[in-house]
Design a protein around this ligand. Sequence first.
Ligand code: PLP
Length: 373
Amino acid sequence: MNYVALHRHAQVSLSRSAVAHNVAVIKNHAHAQQVMAVLKANAFSHGLPEMAMLSIQSGATRFGVAMLDEALALRDLGYQQPIDVLGLTDPQFVRIAAQRDITLAFSSLATIQQAAKVLADTSLHLKVSLPVDTGLNRIGFKERDQLVLAIQEAVVSKQLEFQSLWTHFATADTPNETYVDFQISEWQRLTQNLPAQPKEQHFANTGMATWYADKVDTDIVRLGVGLFGIDSSEPTMPMPFELEPVLELTAEVIFSKPIKAGEAVGYGADYRAKHDGWLLTIPVGHSDGYPFNADGMRVLIADGQVGHIAGGVAMDQTMIFVDKPVNIGVQVTLIGSVGAQSVTLPDLAQYSSVSIVALMNNFAPRLQRIIVP
Ligand SMILES: *Cc1c(COP(=O)(O)O)cnc(C)c1O
């Protein structure tokens, strides 16, 4: 069951101005007409309802998601903007997609034919997108003749609308420009002289819009990781502009006591206090998405002290060593900034040896989300 912990002092804050900034700088840099906010996996775990609202308020005009259920969740929230399901959907589910005006992707002639069959004799219309596999080798058409047949099927069927052609790049957030160029040449080879043109085409995720925007049509940017203010290339590519991190993770001190040099802290009793100080307990742990192996990582206390994680992070609670006493109720920032100090999500990912993307996708639904200016 899904629940939100409203009765504890731990939360994710999402910055409205950071989302607005990120959408604006990327849109501007790539000369994009439209931003598709890619909100798969509960908006990269940041929270779907909150990020959907902030994205639209920031000028995104449409949504991309990984699966039909995520699209339905957005419709249930009341959004009427176009929604692209970017993964594949079993054709047996096309009716509900058509009823709720959700664009589905198809990767084979057979599945398009099945979709047409399921919708035959109905008055429903389904928007169809056709991914072209130019080198990621995940989904999409890799053979031109199959693509041509699929387009013909989509055009002939009364119930299908040929909405879009698109592709996705494998090395957009790496310096491997050769492979980007290879994928572009594959696109040209596979899509020349097609029997019909789609209403739209899209190519650029965050990486393409950031580093290779001059190589592809960026009218529509499919904005995922950059929306959240995260540089997924770090540290391999120089950012041409600054993104602002959207998320902060904070908790309040719920217990505080002095600790003597040499005392053990936490499971395994491996951590020993190096000198006398204070030990704070906060009500957040690795089941909330904070990394398990962050022993020693710095955290920011609202009084200006920098503490560090003492011992292993437990499921729901974490201990912090500080030099000077801190009262119950004082805020501790695990990801975010306090004054001039900051702990970024990439800092924490690096410290605990997890990938940035894994860390940013791991915030638990039970964490309360609040929106801040
Ligand atoms: C996830 C995804 C995106 C968003 O990519 P980012 O690199 O996070 O911007 C765009 N397009 C497709 C097909 C995706 O799967």
